[in-house]
Design a protein around this ligand. Structure first.
Ligand code: MN
Ligand code: MN
Length: 313
């Protein structure tokens, strides 16, 4: 018997049965005693186009049912090294986005108070801003690896400063980020002005547009990013719309010409060795994901994030 929680195996309970938790792990109410925790934020009231990410955490958990404990590619054995559980969802106020942001920040203060590393199942990308606020209170400003089709640095959307296109602008305003250790990967699509992505570059952030990633392995890129981040605390935020819609159609704001699933894996696996203090996987919208494959990729990416946490990788 391991001293740590284990995912319920397919030889103990059929894959389509058992607890509806992430990887069919045990659930608990708080992060007490945990090294890492899966936590859902069922929110889509910050989205600007197609809704549905409020259903994301449940669908990601459902599609995580076939994940087995060992990573056959990297050799990682997260459940031999860390105590992990699913601590359920953040009780956001689905009628009030600004209140929800405060609820999320408070909830993450609680998780970080237990010294657990949160792995968040989103939910729309608004949620990363309150998480980064809680991270700053615990760790000071953090390095950021942000994979996304979009920069999410809008001053406002429709006059509102809190929205899924604004989280990194707000985080920058509140000095949550180490500006020469911020990396935005996969940005693309159409803009309001040709210089839209330069706001970030002017702040010292590194912006790697999707076209710079096309046809390439991301492993050498990640080698450089690891060198540049060093031992700083780093937060990883992965917007599923960074992937090409051929792989991940189930999201709200689709852009063509995106990353491959393999490149996504290379990015996450390339985070091994970093001092990761938290991760999220956002913008999975089940109503636009009839095959479940978008949520399935999301579930796998969250598992891969667990596999690169300090103490595992
Ligand atoms: Mn985003
Ligand atoms: Mn996006």
């Amino acid at each position: 018997m391991s001293q740590f929680n284990q995912p319920l195996g397919g030889n103990d309970m059929p894959r389509f049965g058992g607890p509806a938790t992430m990887m069919r792990l045990p659930s608990q109410d708080t992060a007490e005693g945990l090294d890492a925790c899966f936590v859902g934020i069922p929110m889509d009231i910050g989205t600007s186009n197609r809704p549905g990410t409020r259903m994301g955490p449940r669908q990601i958990r459902d599609e995580s049912r076939m994940l087995r404990p060992f990573n056959m590619a990297t050799g990682a054995a997260p459940f031999e090294k860390l105590q992990v559980a699913d601590i359920g969802d953040v009780p956001i106020n689905t009628f009030d986005l600004k209140k929800s942001v405060e609820i999320i920040a408070d909830h993450y203060r609680g998780i970080l108070g237990h010294d657990a590393v949160p792995l968040t199942l989103g939910g729309d990308h608004t949620l990363t801003w309150p998480i980064l606020r809680a991270m700053k209170e615990k760790h000071g400003p953090v390095a950021l690896i942000h994979v996304d089709a979009h920069a999410d640095i809008n001053e406002h959307m429709f006059g509102e400063t809190v929205a899924h296109g604004c989280p990194f602008r707000r985080a920058w305003e509140e000095d949550c980020l180490i500006n020469d250790k911020v990396f935005q990967i996969g940005l693309r699509g159409t803009g309001y002005a040709p210089e839209d992505f330069d706001w970030a570059r002017d702040k010292g952030w590194t912006v790697m547009q999707a076209e710079e990633c096309w046809y390439k392995s991301m492993a050498p890129v990640m080698d450089r990013i690891r060198d540049q981040i060093g031992d700083a605390p780093v937060y990883v935020t992965y917007d599923i719309d960074s992937l090409d819609p051929a792989f991940a159609p189930g999201t709200g704001t689709v852009e063509v010409g995106g990353l491959t699933t393999i490149q996504g894996l290379e990015i996450i696996r390339g985070c091994a060795g970093l001092n990761i203090v938290g991760c999220d996987l956002v913008e999975v919208s089940p109503p636009y994901d009839p095959s479940g494959n978008t949520a399935l990729i999301g579930a796998n990416f969250l598992y891969e994030m667990l596999c690169v946490l300090p103490g595992v990788a």
